[in-house]
Design a protein around this ligand. Structure first.
Ligand code: ME8
Length: 501
């Protein structure tokens, strides 16, 4: 059976990861958890990109070997993902032998099929991007450190696949998302496509995978890195596993690396006669004061600091809620705290406290038995049910921020419903009042629905809350309304989201 397969970029091992990297990884984790929640078998891959000039230079600077350097640095990644509660299924390193051996195998196959040739090339080379660039790219992009370079190199016949790729993009509207990125790539492909230089002479760069047909060269980092998506799942080694995952459902990337994913990668796959991924999803950038957050500009925000201060679920929530997929978003601590206080402390946290306190006070810690529903009750039940439908729809269209907003609307409407019905006042005077009892029964069940739906976004907090509501684990989405049956024992809530002052 085909499984749902989601990938993140494999980040450069040298980099200190900031909330931009955290965003893509959290997004993958949220989608992965969501698919598992609705009963799909889903698999998430992340990893580290460990070859190339910058790594070689960083190791030299520190006076250690590249292997020692990457072995040490990769731990920063796994530590951060653990702190962010990222439940990845596999972590691939481009220095893993399961990867390097299969990159060589791919190169051998393409060489034998004459998809690769040797040629001398003179052109403009971006040292920071580690690739040849065109004049036009330089005009339009933000390249530093461009040099003129003439050397013999190996080239992949990428241009041969230009028409086929254009046709594929036009015939598969979901291949590149969002639409704006698809148009950008079609624009790029409307001009002649060059062949892709896939080697670097060892005189310049040692730290890479040696070409199997010429030991004077190593493989270009992007050819090496892109292959991770198939080497991790057993391409050419475990056919059964490979076929149950490939093609990937989602390659999640930032818009900075859309060309490598939507042009280089599919043409490589075409040459290898492999199916193309179903969707390449390029999200926008996290900005700081309106400019892209990046190491070179020194304007990054460290996710570890935010996790230590406010917990990983608050960060996961903020990043998912405040970026509309595809668009850029501006980060500020002020916005983070406002979002937390209004949505999590006020709307969600207060609701949990309110309801659990009433169950404790008036019903001895046990979910009460409802009577005949009023129109008001039925209205709330209908909102809860339609929130399940809209969440499923929004996730399918990757509108995570809209999904969250709908779930929060449900929680807000529950707070309002309780404020109008004031069960706390009525039950004080009349402990068996049906209308008041109903409002507790209906709101606790609707709260559980909201908690389940927010589970992929905030796995730890929603598990804690569901424990308080008497459910041990949120495993599969239960679409029934009355999940918390009368008699269910409720625990004590410890203010899941205390206000940040
Ligand atoms: O490009 N906003 O790795 P990388 C949002 N190794 N996302 C951001 C971001 C920002 N300001 N900054 C970074 C590489 N990202 C290659 C990938 S894949 C075969 C090889 C995220 O460490 C976003 O996902 O530079 C972006 O595409 C990625 O980090 C770049 O990570």
């Amino acid at each position: 059976m085909k499984k749902n397969y989601i990938t993140t970029p494999i980040y450069y091992v040298n980099d200190k990861l900031h909330i931009g990297h955290a965003y893509t990884t959290i997004l993958a984790d949220v989608l992965n958890r969501f698919h598992n929640l609705i009963g799909h078998k889903s698999f998430m891959l992340t990893g580290s990109d460990e070859h190339g000039q910058k790594v070689q230079e960083a190791a030299e600077k520190r006076g250690v070997s590249p292997v020692e350097h990457v072995d040490e640095y990769v731990l920063n990644f796994t530590k951060l993902w653990e702190k962010l509660n990222i439940n990845y299924d596999d972590f691939i390193r481009t220095t893993d032998s399961r990867h390097t051996s299969k990159v060589k195998e791919m190169l051998t196959q393409l060489w034998e099929k004459e998809e690769i040739y040797l040629d001398e090339y003179e052109g403009l080379y971006s040292v920071s991007e580690e690739r040849f660039v065109t004049e036009k790219e330089i005009d339009e992009g933000d390249f530093k450190n461009i040099i003129k370079l003439k050397e013999k190199n190996y080239f992949f016949k990428m241009s041969k696949y230009q028409d086929k790729l254009i046709e594929h993009i036009n015939q598969n509207p979901k291949f590149i998302c969002p639409e704006s990125r698809k148009n950008e790539i079609l624009g790029f492909l409307s001009k002649p496509l060059n062949d892709l230089c896939i080697s670097r002479p060892k005189s310049r760069l040692n730290w890479g995978i040696e070409l199997p047909f010429d030991s004077n060269y190593v493989t270009y980092v992007w050819f090496d890195a892109l292959m991770n998506y198939i080497t991790a799942i057993g391409w050419d080694s475990n056919e059964k596993k490979f076929n149950s995952y490939w093609p990937a459902n989602y390659h999640l990337v930032g818009k900075d690396i859309i060309t490598t994913h939507a042009v280089y990668w599919p043409t490589m796959l075409m040459a290898a006669k492999l199916p193309l991924p179903k969707t390449i999803l390029a999200h926008g950038w996290w900005l700081f004061d309106d400019s892209k957050m990046s190491k070179t500009d020194g304007n990054t925000v460290d996710p570890l600091e935010l996790i230590d201060l406010y917990g990983e679920d608050s960060l996961r929530y903020y990043l998912m809620r405040d970026m509309a997929l595809g668009q850029d978003a501006n980060y500020s601590l002020d916005k983070f705290i406002k979002r937390y206080n209004s949505d999590l402390a006020n709307d969600f946290g207060n609701l949990v406290n309110r309801i659990t306190i009433m169950v404790k006070k008036h019903f001895n810690d046990v979910v009460p038995e409802p009577g005949d529903y009023t129109e008001d009750d039925l209205n709330v039940i209908a909102i809860a049910k339609s929130t399940i439908d809209s969440t499923l729809r929004n996730f399918e269209h990757l509108k995570i921020h809209d999904a969250i907003e709908d779930i929060l609307k449900l929680l807000r409407s529950l707070n309002k419903y309780l404020e109008i019905n004031e069960p706390w006042k009525i039950l004080k005077k009349e402990p068996n009042n049906v209308k008041a009892t109903n409002s507790i029964y209906v709101s606790i069940n609707a709260l559980y629905i909201g908690t389940q739906l927010l589970h992929p976004i905030m796995p730890r907090k929603t598990t804690e809350i569901s424990n308080v509501l008497g459910i041990e684990k949120i495993q599969h989405l239960n679409r029934n309304f009355d999940i918390l049956k009368p008699g269910t024992k409720i625990g004590k809530s410890n203010s899941p989201f205390p206000r940040i002052q």
